[in-house]
Design a protein around this ligand. Structure first.
Ligand code: HXC
Length: 518
């Protein structure tokens, strides 16, 4: 009896010790630093995980891992977890892996062991086919560890590269992310930032001042606004941690868990054959009057739900996800409201990356076309619009996912070819009766063919050209357009098209990898 009591008591002690150790680990850098974190409007690493994942679904790895550094007295300070919380859990019941850097422990800086924790969950994510969500809040390389920390970064980078196109990778930047540390998020599929409390740059304001004499704040140099409007490094900017995490959940819901799965399907509450009479008058009488392409996207999507990617950058093209009949579809659409919807360097880069993401993860692509051509000018040519435009062309041409295209109005010149035309293996190429598929606008074409004629003559000949070519029927006669459809029934037509393509299988020839013009 006595022995048994002793056993129970020893057991209780052990359980208590575990509980105690867990509690200490969960406190990260301690109450004072947690308070400081909250004081900056930021959540802690664990609070963020709690909001990202379904309640109670988080399973932690490596809670007791501690660094092995013995320089600078570091052996006296070995907090459990080493500045990053890692594990897996679910988002609306679907599995994801997550790491969340803990700024309260050595500023979330990355040590050898911190990197090993991240690598462990990345390896498991690839092996088990689930996305990796990285929450970044870090002072960069653990200064006390020197090259061991740099090695740790490179180990993470290599895994980002290997996981690319295998499982979706999403980065949430929720604090500092500077120096070489930026290159891990940079190689993931999507980056979300939080306004005013996150920044990303290769070299910070002090170095910038020394080298170029520019005076700039961290926010101006690498804040959420800069990266969603100017650099296009980030895909979304949010007001606070809570909003960014909620939006990350929304995005995860749209994506397949890996490249061997089809995109997720969920119950929908919308009529597949919904008729939208208002679309019959979406296109203005005057071909040069803009209209909002987003109206069409919202009217096509299940429940008018659209998750836009890079909403603030290169607004002349719109990219994002909708669901049709409950299944995720990537949308690329020219936006006539901005630069008349023309293609240029920024819009080509933005859309090309999006198309490649969709193709890598078996997400069908819907392309809505109203494009007057490529933007002219020295800035564009000197900036390499030839190479950048080719990115989009290449991306569409190599994509083997179902591709459905609807030309609403202009499809001129090379831009017609680029925007998922029949010739780039478009599966369904529809046009509205208002479509104008031609080598260029009627006036420009007439002025070239009839150079030197009077203004009156040109006007008459332009009209003639318009009547002959500014329509979808010349292309339809050649079979480049499969069908001219009523605008009001676009949702039904597009849904049926994608439904018919569910069994599509198309392979590109074997190659080590292609050589997309970077
Ligand atoms: C070790 C670090 C650290 C780091 C911060 N801390 N960064 N410890 N290595 N890199 C610690 C601080 O000592 C401090 O500890 C705590 O984290 C919070 O830091 P504060 O400075 O008090 O916070 P704040 O004022 O908010 O400033 C945050 C900061 C600043 C801007 C990130 O800490 C900073 O500039 N850190 C150094 C950044 C840096 O130079 N990193 C290396 C870059 S090179 P206590 O105990 O006081 O709480 C790099 C290369 C990567 O990253 C290469 C990859 C290939």
């Amino acid at each position: 009896m006595l022995a048994q009591t002793g056993g129970t008591s020893a057991m209780t002690d052990i359980l208590q010790e575990l509980d105690q150790r867990r509690q200490t680990a969960r406190m990260g850098g301690g109450a004072r630093r947690i308070e400081a974190q909250h004081g900056k409007g930021k959540l802690t690493a664990r609070e963020r995980i709690d909001l990202l994942l379904d309640e109670g679904s988080f399973e932690e790895f490596d809670m007791f891992v501690a660094h092995r550094c013995t320089d600078f007295g570091m052996e006296q300070d070995r907090p459990a977890g080493d500045g990053v919380v890692t594990g897996w859990g679910t988002v609306n019941g679907r599995m994801v892996y997550v790491f969340s850097q803990d700024f309260t422990v050595f500023g979330g800086s990355l040590s050898e062991t911190h990197a090993q924790k991240i690598c462990k969950i990345m390896d498991m994510a690839v092996q088990n086919g689930a996305p990796v969500i990285g929450i970044n809040d870090s002072g960069g390389a653990r200064i006390q560890e020197g090259v061991a920390s740099l090695a740790g970064y490179a180990e993470v980078f290599q895994r980002n590269i290997m996981a690319s196109g295998v499982v979706p990778q999403i980065s949430l930047i929720m604090g500092p992310c500077a120096g070489g540390a930026v290159y891990s998020p940079a190689m993931t599929d999507f980056i979300f930032m939080v306004k005013d409390s996150s920044y990303m740059f290769v070299t910070g304001p002090d170095v910038v001042k020394t080298v170029t004499n520019e005076v700039v704040t961290a926010e101006e140099l690498g804040g959420a606004t800069t990266h969603t409007r100017k650099s296009s490094v980030a895909d979304g900017a949010f007001e606070n941690d809570v909003e960014a995490l909620a939006e990350a959940r929304r995005l995860i819901d749209l994506l397949p868990l890996n490249n061997r799965q089809k995109p997720p399907t969920r119950p929908f509450f919308d009529d597949v054959a919904r008729i939208e009479e208002s679309l019959d008058t979406l296109i203005p009488d005057n071909a040069n009057t803009p209209y909002d392409m987003k109206e069409l996207i919202l009217k096509l999507a299940d429940e008018s739900d659209f998750f836009e990617i890079q909403a603030e950058f290169a607004k002349n093209i719109i990219t994002g996800f909708v669901r049709l009949e409950g299944s995720t579809v990537g949308v690329v659409a020219n936006q006539p409201m901005v630069l008349a919807g023309c293609l240029d360097i920024d819009s080509s880069r933005k859309a090309a990356r999006f198309v490649r993401f969709c193709d890598a993860f078996e997400i069908p692509i819907l392309t809505l076309v109203d494009v007057p051509g490529f933007l002219p000018g020295t800035a564009q040519e000197y900036g390499g619009v030839i190479k950048h435009g080719a990115k989009l062309l290449f991306a569409y041409g190599e994509a083997t996912v179902p591709k459905v295209t609807v030309i609403t109005r202009k499809a001129y010149g090379g831009a017609y070819d680029v925007m998922a035309s029949k010739h780039l293996r478009g599966d369904f190429n529809y046009a509205w009766p208002t479509a104008e598929i031609a080598v260029m606008g009627a006036k420009g074409a007439t002025e070239i063919i009839h150079r030197g004629k009077s203004a009156d003559e040109i006007a008459r000949l332009t009209k003639e050209y318009e009547d002959r070519f500014a329509n979808p029927f010349v292309a339809a006669e050649k079979g480049f357009i499969d069908e001219v459809i009523m605008p009001r029934s676009t949702r039904r037509r597009v849904c049926r098209a994608f439904a018919s393509l569910r069994g599509k299988s198309q392979q590109n020839p074997w190659k080590k990898h292609d050589n997309i013009p970077l």
